[in-house]
Design a protein around this ligand. Structure first.
Ligand SMILES: *Cc1c(COP(=O)(O)O)cnc(C)c1O
Length: 422
């Protein structure tokens, strides 16, 4: 039996309608932007294995550091004990983050990093004796799949079944020149003194459909929140580590976040790890003689040393000048390709943010995640051995930064062939 056949006997895949989905492709190894199946066919990983991979697959530097750590210390309880991978990572990461991030709280993935951020904010106000209990978020937002993270995510097909179990959140539209005054007025009428925090995906909303918005008006909105002492939580889980061009997307605004959530690119996309950072102002609100002011949160694998060492190795690669060059090159290629897309009749809303290019394919039905075209597109690209996973009729490319020009050209050409064939 092939890997794919064995899988179908025992596995339940994420975000997959198991009855209608085609059999999964068995992957046995990876190298650079390529993944190889059981027959050694190569696939171009054009969406970085769900947006996580930045330096390519099975990177030797990451592998070497991981192997060395594995013979030293694999795991250890992180309450009452500590270890150098966790401390080194915090020491190296905090100074390069936007704002005055002074503490690292470790967790397991993006969703848990968001849960921690929400708990930090809610309890920050509680510990200070102020009653601020509302959360502000963007429409079309996506912050993860656990219940807190789902609550601050826009209500959608992803959350529908669970909506009655989610806490209330105020959703506002992403800012534009036209609506910014109205957005500020909305915040004022909501009674800002009740709002504990504003959580946002800076500059680009990923799962919501790769929707992009301008840094200038965004900054204006953040400043308005700051005037009302609303805590700013930057969910940089997708945008962090160079995805949008700059190292972190919130480098594009002058109002720094109080809290930053990181995961995905944090480990170069090779292992799960979540980080929530915060300012000393937040951290200090938890210091007390009273145990009741403790942040009661933790996971069995908090600050796993293997994961921390991988994140350190990924950071080595990320800080090399060549990593910036790769990102600039990918963006330049995307801009050239966009010229071709603009001319295509069935394509609209072409947009670019750093290494991400996205657009909608025009269909007879509404633009949405459940648009029927998605299945066709997935199959088309799979047959071409290109990993592209559309969000409904939204197609996007988000490659590892190490993807070659030739590989990018292959992806572009397959997209042109696909759209022209519709
Ligand atoms: C992927 C993602 C998450 C959730 O991360 P997981 O590791 O999948 O739990 C949260 N926020 C954003 C912006 C993401 O893209």
């Amino acid at each position: 039996m092939t890997l794919s056949e064995r899988d179908q006997q025992v596995i339940w895949h994420p975000y997959t309608q198991m009855q209608t989905a085609p059999a999964p492709v068995g992957i046995v190894r990876g190298e650079g932007a390529l993944l190889f199946d059981e027959e050694d066919n190569s696939y171009i990983d054009a969406t970085s294995s769900w947006w996580v991979n930045i330096h390519g697959h099975a990177h030797p530097h990451i592998a070497k550091q991981l192997a060395a750590q594995a013979t030293e210390l694999q795991h250890c309880i992180f309450a009452g004990y500590t270890h150098s991978p966790a401390v080194n990572l915090a020491e190296r990461l905090l100074p390069i983050l936007p704002g005055k991030q002074q503490r690292v709280f470790y967790s397991d993935n993006g969703s848990t990093a968001v849960e921690v951020a929400l708990k930090m904010c809610i309890q920050y106000w509680h510990n200070k004796g102020e009653k601020r209990t509302k959360i502000l978020a963007f429409s079309n937002s996506y912050h993860g799949d656990t219940f807190g993270a789902m609550s601050v995510s826009s209500r959608s097909v992803f959350t529908r079944v669970f909506d009655d179990f989610l806490f209330d959140v105020h959703f506002i539209d992403t800012p534009t020149k036209e609506n910014i005054a109205a957005l500020k007025a909305t915040i004022d009428t909501l009674n800002p003194a009740d709002i504990a925090a504003f959580i946002f995906e800076p500059l680009i909303q990923g799962a919501g459909g790769m929707l992009m918005y301008e840094a200038g008006v965004f900054d204006e909105l953040l400043q308005h929140c700051r005037q009302h002492q609303i805590m700013l939580i930057a969910d940089e889980i997708m945008t962090g580590f160079g995805r949008t061009g700059r190292n972190f997307a919130t480098e594009n605004v002058s109002s720094p976040p109080d809290i930053i959530c990181l995961s995905k690119g944090l480990t170069g996309g090779s292992i799960a790890l979540g980080i929530t950072t915060c300012t000393s102002e937040i951290y200090e609100a938890f210091l007390s003689d009273s145990k009741l002011k403790t942040l009661f949160h933790g996971h069995s694998f908090t600050a796993n040393p293997l994961a921390c060492v991988i994140a350190l190795a990924s950071l080595d690669l990320f800080l090399l000048p060549s990593c910036t060059e790769q990102r600039v090159r990918v963006e330049t290629k995307h801009r050239q390709f966009s010229q071709q897309l603009y001319k295509m009749e069935k394509v609209k809303n072409v947009r670019i943010q750093g290494t991400i290019i996205a657009f909608e394919i025009i269909t007879d039905t509404e633009d949405s995640y459940t648009n029927q075209l998605a299945d066709y597109l997935s199959r088309f690209f799979r047959e071409k051995r290109i990993m592209l996973r559309p969000l409904g009729n939204t197609l996007y490319i988000m490659p590892p930064y190490c993807i070659t020009d030739e590989q990018l050209d292959t992806v572009y050409k397959s997209i042109v062939d696909c759209v022209e064939g519709l």
